[in-house]
Write a protein that binds this ligand. Structure first.
Ligand code: 4AD
Ligand code: MG
Length: 434
């Protein structure tokens, strides 16, 4: 490529020292001082200081640097200079600026805005450096999710979004009309993965899932992305080992590839560097006892509240696996513990630093009659589950898996207090726009 035609991105600029390049982007910021004008260009890959000296550029370019509004779209041409002091280590000596569009007065300023205002303007807020860093990290996390399972011999099975029955309790179902019948938006792909693992051995799905969460919390979205593996001939032990190995992979890969982004998000990464095997494992009943010593009044048999998870995880420097919750607080499909059938062979993985549950998983009931009994006890529509029961009639085996919520994982890895910044367009009880 000739120097004249080079059109690199900001991230690639270091390789173009002393060459003339043209870059496309938006005016992120500008400054002036005497006979110099500075434009900070952003293009999604980074930020570039462009410098125009009055003596070096035609008067109309200098004038445009004065007039241009923030977030206007431009193409800048100039010579690349390496400069230790500049952000990203490079600077552009401007020779020309072509204006694509002069922006109107940009509503988002550097000052602090109310969250409600930012959420209303999510389509513009996405451009801020912090949001760009978070979304890039999300993309890396998402890719690492896929790569882990792809590289470990799992087959991707896309599960349906429109479903005839509930997977994770009937209180959070989104209902929709389906040609005169009722359908529900999927809460989890798990029930569809179980038959698939009997066909393919090790499978996973990854897609949007929906829950009509009616309370405002910092951990709940009504639409979130979940990756779920499911493995034939696997029990709770194998499920826990898989979750542990997977999380170690994801965190180390993000630490390796998102250093810049985590810095912009002001994430102190020392805690993430502790995410190594083995993760501590405790039974639910021991977790409750520990919570009592920490001042919680949780009743034995209750599910953990967000506060319980927060104080519990603050005691550990890496993810905590809590297993064998009472069956009564868990989903209908979980295998009972043979040592105490009132407990489920299940695990929740709680992220450290107060983040709480990011993974829920279990061994599944593989006996037909027990599963039928559970479906009845939970008042679920038997007819809608015939296909699911069928799996227990033809070569049934132990099997299990888990689900990991992408947004909660992003919140933890980026150190964000609320899941609303972890997804491009969050959906919550009072949030459907934009
Ligand atoms: O614990 P959950 O409900 O488990 C299941 O859905 C199982 N069917 C998964 C399986 O075994 N295949 O949800 C799994 C994870 C949670 O740990 C959490 O990270 C996330 O999904 N999650 C949510 N994330 C954001 N907003 C919500 N409302 C969420 N509900 C669950
Ligand atoms: Mg759960």
């Amino acid at each position: 490529m000739s120097a004249q035609s080079a059109m690199p991105t900001i991230r690639e600029l270091k390789a173009y020292e002393n060459q003339q390049v043209t870059l496309n982007g938006w005016v992120y910021n500008k400054r002036s001082s005497g006979k110099v004008r500075f434009l900070i260009l952003r293009d999604g890959t980074g930020y570039l200081q462009c410098v125009a000296f009055v003596k070096d550029v035609p008067p109309e370019v200098f004038d445009l640097c004065d007039r241009v509004k923030l977030e206007s779209s431009v193409s800048v041409t100039g010579t690349v200079r390496l400069d230790e002091r500049a952000p990203g280590g490079v600077e552009l000596s401007l020779s020309a600026v072509a204006l694509h569009h002069m922006a109107e007065e940009y509503p988002i300023q550097k000052k602090d805005h109310e969250t409600a205002f930012l959420m209303e303007n999510r389509h513009l807020w996405l451009r801020s450096s912090r949001q760009v860093a978070i979304l890039r990290t999300r993309s890396e996390i998402e890719q690492s999710f896929r790569d882990y399972f792809y590289d470990n011999g799992f087959t991707l099975i896309d599960s349906p979004i429109l479903t005839p029955a509930a997977c994770e309790g009937t209180t959070t179902l989104f209902e929709t009309e389906y040609f005169g019948e009722k359908a529900y938006l999927s809460q989890s792909g798990q029930l569809y993965l179980e038959p698939a693992c009997m066909a393919l051995g090790k499978v996973y799905c990854f897609g949007p899932t929906f829950r009509a969460e009616k309370s405002k919390t910092r951990r709940h979205l009504t639409e979130f992305w979940m990756l779920e593996p499911e493995v034939a001939f696997a029990g709770l032990e194998e499920v826990m080992a898989l979750a542990e190995d997977f999380l170690v992979y994801v965190v180390s890969r993000v630490l390796d590839r998102c250093k810049e982004e985590l810095k912009i998000a002001e994430r102190d990464t020392t805690a993430l560097e502790n995410v190594r095997k083995p993760f501590p494992r405790i039974q639910y009943k021991d977790a409750v006892a520990q919570l009592h010593t920490l001042g919680s009044d949780i009743a034995h048999g209750d599910d953990f509240g967000a506060d319980d998870e927060t104080i519990l995880t603050k005691q550990y420097d890496r993810p905590l696996m809590v297993h064998r919750y009472p069956s009564a607080v868990k989903a209908f499909y979980m295998e009972p513990d043979p040592a105490d059938p009132s407990l489920a062979l299940c695990v929740d993985v709680l992220a450290p630093e107060g983040y709480g549950e990011i993974i829920g998983g279990s061994e599944r009931i593989h006996d037909h009659d027990l599963l039928l009994r559970r479906i009845r006890e939970h008042g679920l529509p038997e007819k809608a589950f015939q296909w699911y029961l069928d799996i227990r009639k033809y070569g049934t085996v132990r099997h299990g898996g888990f689900g990991i919520g992408l947004e909660r994982t992003v919140a933890w890895i980026c150190g964000l207090p609320h899941v609303r910044e972890t997804i491009p367009y969050p959906r919550m009880i009072y949030q459907l726009y934009p």
